[in-house]
Design a protein around this ligand. Structure first.
Ligand code: SF4
Ligand code: SF4
Ligand code: FES
Length: 211
């Protein structure tokens, strides 16, 4: 076990624990999207979980750090909050905010983070850029909404690592990046028809089981 301080709290936790997981397990909320507990190599792609660690020159994503004994961590400095607000505002500038018509309404990671960081879901300062394709119905059991997707990769991770499937991948590049389907959805058990792990892992209802 190691002991570290996070803001005003002392935490005792197993050596080697991921710092983001350690904070969340101890009810210290750090905004996050792309990390799933148990990941060996977190992608650190959402750039939301920044914290300051004593002795480091710049904030670091907490999901990329293992706890160390006597570590001193701050999750709530002005610098950290500035980075988190910017990351979330950029995500929302390519997101179709239509909560009333969204199945994730009131159970949505973006809503939770916007409330926590005190920013509006619809920005007055940033232009909104949406993809042309509103929905992809190419999969027999799933529907995909590109303008809700935050490209966190959680669906790809659970499909590959937890279900031993390779049905999902990032497709295209840059602003056009989307989740693409490939392979035979019924090839290996569990078939996508009964699995649905990807849809359950999606924090924003971008991937849903077909009704
Ligand atoms: S994903 Fe969340 S923020 Fe986006 S429309 Fe749905 S409920 Fe609203
Ligand atoms: S479909 Fe959902 S889980 Fe997959 S990358 Fe998009 S937002 Fe993340
Ligand atoms: S949760 Fe750490 S960068 Fe996404």
């Amino acid at each position: 076990m190691v002991t570290l301080s996070v803001d005003a709290s002392k935490i005792e936790i197993a050596a080697g624990t991921n710092l983001l997981a350690a904070c969340l397990q101890n009810d210290i909320y750090v905004p996050n999207l792309c990390y799933i507990e148990g990941m060996d190599h977190p992608p650190a792609s959402c750039r939301l979980c920044f914290v300051e660690i004593e002795g480091k020159d710049a904030p670091v994503p907490a999901c990329t750090v293992e706890v160390r004994h006597d570590m001193a961590v701050r999750t709530d400095t002005p610098g950290v909050r500035r980075l988190q607000k910017t990351a979330l505002q950029l995500l929302l500038s390519v997101h179709d905010v239509d909560c009333k018509n969204c199945p994730a309404n009131r159970n949505c990671a973006l809503q939770d983070m916007a409330k926590f960081l005190k920013i509006a879901l619809k920005s007055k300062h940033l232009d909104l850029f949406l993809k042309k394709s509103k929905i992809d119905l190419g999969h027999p059991f799933l529907e995909y909404y590109p303008n809700r997707c935050v490209l966190c990769g959680r669906c790809i991770y659970v499909c590959r690592a937890q279900q031993a499937h390779t049905q999902l991948t990032f497709a295209k590049r840059g602003f056009d990046t989307v989740i693409g389907f490939f392979g035979n959805p019924q090839s290996s058990p569990p078939s996508c028809d009964t699995c649905r792990a990807c849809a359950e892992a999606c924090p924003v209802a971008a991937l849903l089981p077909k009704p």
